[in-house]
Design a protein around this ligand. Structure first.
Ligand code: LRH
Ligand code: MN
Ligand code: MN
Length: 430
């Protein structure tokens, strides 16, 4: 039995107050879906099996571009972060794993593993950091890391990634995500081809050290912190990387890392078609890499991404098991609340995508009936699946209403008393 951060009787009392309404709403939705030939419990079971990893860096207040306004009870380090992640999972039953970032989360792997086990949490993909300088490192990443012109700097960046694999191996992770900020700020500053050759050679070294049952995810981003050119700037370059490195290399799609209005769901479809979709960093975006809460700006786009994933599942695409991770930064909300709401939004998009009548859609596509094809997607999207999500949580021992239950539990107040006040200031991740 894992350590419970929220008392079971709080969850029970909060659920008790909402159980009758949920049962009525679930029964009504069940009737609606039955008329469409869908058995509600089948959808609820599928939703229950769907999980998404929480980023360790998401539970602290972020948004460090101009200033940071920390809330009460900010986690002091990785062990506090894991406690907060456990709360998210206990109430949502959606986030059983945490994605670590090294060196921010560096600790004795044995202690990390023991803490995870005590809380009932596992570890998802490891993330390396060669986009900022760590205290005491000998070479600076100011002019790049894995693609740096200097061999010693590249060697240091490679070595750091190997260490991430080693730590990950000791705690049960099965993947490494590499995002780098390498690029240039002026035309002419870097030779595009030579820079990319150096990157590929460095990544090949990392790939060589990957255990057989691991996957290597490269994450593209259009710009920032390099503002003229970025080495891994789009999914085309990313595909070339994964293809060049080999069968354990895949592309990671962070929803906020594209030009505005990019058709992300189509990128997802292409990567699925060519067997190189590794996984996601879910978040939402209005202008750039905003790291806003999943579904906060454009929930229909999130649904359309899931429509591609469910379509691939439906077609039985070979070896299809993308990693689901959240990558967000919370500036004006309690990060625990934002992450619970986001996990819920991600499951919502999945549940809605499960409701798409795929046979009808295929028929409309074949007949070139654009309007009815669009309506088929909209019909699924317009369905309020909240009773399914709430039922899935309740059946797994979570909360019918995670945010209300969290507020009722007084967890934030408790950790605010235990953890010293965090200082505000700038600087941090981009
Ligand atoms: C930088 C970034 C990227 C990484 C994360 C740790 O753009 O947001 O998405 O995954 O930092
Ligand atoms: Mn990301
Ligand atoms: Mn990002």
């Amino acid at each position: 039995m894992s350590e419970m951060k929220i008392a079971a009787d709080v969850i029970a009392a909060e659920n008790e107050a909402r159980a009758q309404a949920l049962d009525a709403e679930y029964a009504a939705l069940g009737e609606t879906l039955a008329r469409r030939g869908i058995e509600i419990d089948n959808i609820t079971d599928k939703v229950s099996e769907f999980s998404v990893a929480v980023p360790s860096w998401g539970v602290g207040t972020g948004g460090t571009r101009f200033a940071r306004f920390p809330g009460g009870g900010e986690p002091r380090g990785i062990f506090d972060k894991l406690d907060d992640c456990a709360v998210i999972h206990q109430l949502t039953r959606t986030t059983p794993t945490v994605s670590l970032h090294i060196p921010w989360d560096k600790a004795d792997p044995k202690e990390l593993k023991a803490k995870g086990e005590a809380l009932g949490l596992g570890f998802d993909a490891m993330n390396s950091n060669t986009f900022s300088d760590a205290v005491g490192q000998s070479q600076s990443y100011k002019y790049g890391s894995l693609s740096h012109t200097d061999a010693a700097t590249r060697a240091q960046a490679i070595e750091h990634n190997l260490e991430c694999i080693e730590i990950g191996n000791a705690i049960g992770s099965k993947a490494l995500t590499v995002w780098i900020g390498d690029g240039s700020n002026f035309p002419g500053q870097s030779h595009f081809t030579r820079q990319f050759e150096r990157y590929l050679a460095s990544m090949a070294e990392i790939y060589k050290a990957l255990p057989d049952d691991w996957r290597l995810f490269s994450e593209h981003k259009m710009y920032e912190p390099a503002f003229y050119s970025t080495v891994v700037q789009d999914w085309g370059t990313n595909y070339l990387i994964a293809n060049t490195l080999g069968p354990k290399a895949f592309c990671l799609v962070d929803l906020g890392h594209h030009a505005p209005n990019t058709n992300i769901e189509m990128i997802v479809a292409r990567l699925i078609q060519f067997g190189k979709l590794g996984g996601f960093h879910f978040n939402d975006s209005k202008y750039g890499d905003d790291d806003l809460d999943a579904g906060a700006i454009d929930p229909y786009r999130l649904f359309l991404v899931f429509n591609e994933l469910v379509d691939a599942e439906h077609r039985g695409v070979d070896g299809f098991h993308p990693a689901h991770m959240i990558d967000q930064s919370h500036n004006v909300t309690d990060p625990i609340e934002s992450l619970m709401a986001s996990a819920n939004e991600i499951r919502r998009a999945y549940a809605q995508a499960l409701l798409v009548d795929r046979a009808a859609l295929e028929g409309y596509q074949d007949e070139n009936d654009a309007l009815m094809a669009s309506e088929t997607l909209k019909r699924a999207y317009r369905t309020d699946v909240e009773p399914i999500l709430a039922q899935a949580r309740r059946r797994a021992g979570g909360a019918i209403d995670p945010i209300a239950t969290y507020r009722a539990s007084g967890y934030r107040k408790k950790v605010t008393m235990e953890r010293p006040a965090s200082v505000s200031g700038g600087g941090g991740i981009v």
